[in-house]
Design a protein around this ligand. Structure first.
Ligand code: ADP
Ligand code: MG
Ligand code: ZN
Length: 512
């Protein structure tokens, strides 16, 4: 087999990858979608179950209103059109963790359609962690431009149970089934096959998660399975309209691994075709320690599921009135908030991006800025003093020793003239050294004040005035702007420690 680097070059010259993502998100309702069992994660196996979610004959599902509201809110946040009427359908298949023998989902009439997620840029040549370059679906060098990835549909469905292969006696011989998750509400978000590179897939997922987190309908915790992604990928000769045969990569448990799996899978498909082979439609698994995907099973065709309308549930109607009520609960979404932060606080796009990465961080920042005497100074300090130190340390903002409240406190001290900009820098350095928040370090340092010791300052002023007779003459002759010169000289002589306001007052007295 040739090296992966060679294949990347082949990708650039001949083939173009096409990626479509299917994302399952667990909705944070207290009870399941068709019964009142708890959805709590981590309960002892098979304790959150009842005849409905166990699929006992005769047990009837009743739709959870909250699940519909959450799903609708998420779909709206993803720019989808909500179908006034949607239909639940049975998706029939056998699996040990699916007690009913079918999953209640939605098929040809889903809750929502025609959405999109906006990505920052396209057409970059993207670099992945090991330094190899993966080439995009479009010619590089066209320059970055915003792009929209279409969302085909968002539909509601129930989760299946879980097969356990470890963590119990006889695990080496047996598989155990935990049905606590059976019937937990999910939304499935299906993208159009419009994602052009593994990097774009990563960005799409990041944006998607961010939006869902802002709406508050899910915690999107990948470790606990509240967000799961299947990645579909095919390659085609550049310029060909028709899509190539896709493979579906399942059960990858981080965005980073999805990107890696896609990089590998694209290279694999190109190599298969280049060596005269054919891609078969199949489900593949990614082994993250080897960095390779493996064929698992050839993909069932859609008709194999024998979908039919769920006879135990009425069509779901989300009318205009209900939609309007749900819309009222829509928070400001990350993209809009980002733009507003840039406008309101004069920070850069990049910093706005960092500050809005989570709703809670953005809330903290805004609360701190508003509580401080000068909100812009808070934004300024975050940008000029905090971000740089974090970057130097390679730390995320969540790991910052200085909290947003700490930044606000320090901003007020500078604002009132109690400490100088230089002292603030030193205190920030100490905060990072000691891994303590600003107010704590400020206390530890004995609440330092910039010099308002008038006798020391008096001496400096006398020296400065004596050393500059020409300027003094000019000032006394009416050139009042010389005051600035003297202030500058005094500040310099005090090594920036003097309180500028005090210097001003004392100088005027002296010079007059
Ligand atoms: P299936 O019936 O196999 O689930 P779908 O048509 O429902 O296939 O598509 C599932 C996902 O796969 C969607 O996100 C879609 O964008 C993507 N997809 C479909 N065809 C291709 C293809 N040829 N290459 C890459 N992705 C594809
Ligand atoms: Mg599908
Ligand atoms: Zn139940």
């Amino acid at each position: 087999m040739s090296t992966t680097a060679d294949i990347s070059v082949a990708t650039r010259t001949t083939y173009e990858p096409v990626i479509g993502l299917e994302v399952h998100v667990q909705l944070l309702t207290a009870s399941k979608i068709f019964c009142s069992c708890s959805t709590r994660f981590g309960a002892p196996p098979n304790t959150n179950v009842c005849p409905v979610c166990l699929g006992m004959p005769g047990a009837l599902p009743v739709l959870n209103r909250k699940a519909v509201e959450f799903a609708t809110l998420a779909a709206m946040a993803l720019n989808c059109r909500i179908n006034e009427t949607s239909i639940f359908a049975r998706k029939n298949y056998f699996y040990p963790d699916l007690p009913k023998g079918y999953q209640i989902s939605q098929y040809d009439k889903p809750l929502a359609e025609h959405g999109y997620i906006e990505l920052g840029s396209r057409d970059r040549v993207s670099t992945i962690s090991d330094g190899r370059q993966v080439l995009g679906g479009k010619d590089a060098g066209e320059g970055a431009r915003a792009t929209k990835i279409g969302i085909t549909r968002v539909h509601l469905e129930e989760d299946a149970g879980k097969s356990l292969h470890e963590g119990f006696p006889d695990a080496d011989e047996k598989t155990a089934i935990d049905l606590n998750r059976t019937g937990v509400p999910l939304i499935e978000i299906v993208s159009e096959p419009e994602i052009a590179t593994p990097d774009e897939a990563y960005e799409y997922l990041t944006r998607l998660k961010e939006i869902i987190l802002y709406t508050g309908v899910s915690d999107c915790n990948m470790e606990e399975g509240s967000l799961r992604c299947d990645a579909n990928v095919s390659v085609r000769p550049r310029g060909q309209k028709e899509l190539g045969t896709k493979a579906e990569i399942k059960n990858v448990n981080s965005f980073r691994f999805i990107r890696q799996a896609l990089v590998y899978e694209i290279a694999r498909q190109v190599e298969v075709i280049e060596t005269g082979g054919k891609i078969v439609q199949e489900t593949r698994l990614y082994n993250s320690s080897e960095g390779k995907t493996y064929g698992m099973r050839s993909k069932e065709q859609a008709h194999d599921y024998r979908y039919f309308p769920e006879p135990d549930l009425l069509p779901l109607v989300v009318d205009e009135k209900w939609k309007a009520e749900i819309m009222k609960t829509m928070p400001e979404l990350p993209e809009v908030r980002r733009a507003r932060l840039v406008m309101d606080y004069g920070i850069t796009e990049y910093d706005a991006q960092v500050l809005t990465a989570s709703k809670s961080l953005a809330d903290q920042f805004e609360a701190a800025a508003k509580a401080a005497n000068n909100p812009k100074r808070v934004a300024n300090l975050v940008q000029a003093e905090l971000m740089g130190r974090l970057r130097a340390r390679g730390a995320e903002i969540e790991q910052s020793p200085i909290s947003m409240k700490g930044v606000a406190a320090s901003a007020d001290l500078v604002e009132s003239g109690a400490i100088s900009g230089k002292m603030l820098k030193e205190l920030y350095d100490l905060s990072f050294e000691r891994n303590k928040d600003f107010p704590e370090v400020y206390e530890e340092e004995g609440r330092p004040q910039q010099s308002s010791d008038t006798s020391a300052l008096e001496k400096i002023i006398d020296d400065v005035v004596a050393a500059n007779p020409k300027q003094l003459e000019q000032y006394r002759a009416g050139k009042k702007t010389m005051l600035g010169f003297f202030v500058g000289q005094v500040m310099k002589a005090s090594k920036g420690q003097a309180n500028p306001q005090l210097v001003n007052e004392m100088l005027i007295k002296k010079l007059e």
